[in-house]
Ligand binder design. Structure first.
Ligand code: FES
Length: 122
């Protein structure tokens, strides 16, 4: 079992609301999400699931914290960072932290668990 996005320390107003624990949700099979791409897990709180070029999975809130934009549907992955194409805000996928303006609020992050070739978010 591989876990990404374990709860981190230092959450607060500047770093956002931190890692959230939600009921485990099946996202996809590992091979369903190509490296360098993302998808949306719809729900009351939509979640964006990212797979970096290096093959790591991360999950964050789907909506950019600057304005309304789905990062899971349309964003650019650069290493462990996601760039919102609407106004170019950048977020750290590991912590959710907003790395540059215009975003100042962190993305919620979620733990990704990989078991038997399947990806879960919790
Ligand atoms: S909506 Fe994402 S940077 Fe403005």
């Amino acid at each position: 079992m591989v876990r990404h996005g374990e709860p981190s320390t230092g959450s607060g107003p500047e770093t956002g609301s931190g890692t959230s624990a939600v009921p485990r949700r099946f996202a996809c099979k590992v091979d369903d999400l190509e490296p360098g791409t993302s998808m949306v897990l719809p729900g009351d709180d939509s979640i964006a699931l990212f797979r970096t070029e290096a093959g790591e999975f991360f999950a964050t809130g789907d909506t950019c914290t600057h304005e309304e934009w789905s990062l899971g549907e349309d964003s650019d992955l650069e290493g462990d960072e996601v760039v919102c194409p609407l106004h170019m805000a950048r977020f750290d996928l590991r912590t959710g932290k907003a790395l540059c303006l215009p975003a100042t609020i962190a993305l919620q992050t979620y733990t990704v668990v990989i078991e038997d070739g399947q990806v879960f978010v919790e």
